[in-house]
Design a protein. Structure first.
Length: 109
């Protein structure tokens, strides 16, 4: 949904309070050139099971499967992208969907 609001604080508030059916638009990611030619779409919603390549951040250049898509926080979690906590516990690092490109897509309806 496009907004006609120009104030940055109002846009941030809208995104923070958006209902779940609108938050689906915030977890879209670009697709690779091979998939783009077959789908005729530049970006699609990330789903659990998609294989992605990370282009920005700490894990730049790494590939992995999407384990979880969090609509509330607008983040995705990818297998093998972990961070060690102070107690030694390994946790999956939340990554912003805009920083990845979909390489292989899981089966869609």
């Amino acid at each position: 949904m496009k907004m006609k609001i120009t104030k940055p604080r109002t846009q941030r508030k809208f995104r923070a309070q958006a209902p779940l059916h609108m938050r689906q638009h915030y977890v879209h990611a670009h697709v690779s050139k091979e998939i783009r030619s077959t789908l005729k779409k530049r970006a699609v919603r990330i789903k659990k099971g998609d294989k992605v390549k990370i282009f920005r951040g700490q894990f730049k250049g790494k590939e992995g499967k999407v384990v979880e898509v969090d609509l509330i926080k607008r983040k995705i979690k990818i297998e093998k992208m972990t961070h060690r906590k102070a107690r030694g516990q390994e946790i999956l690092v939340p990554i912003d969907p805009s920083n990845v490109v979909i390489i292989e897509m899981a089966e869609r309806k």
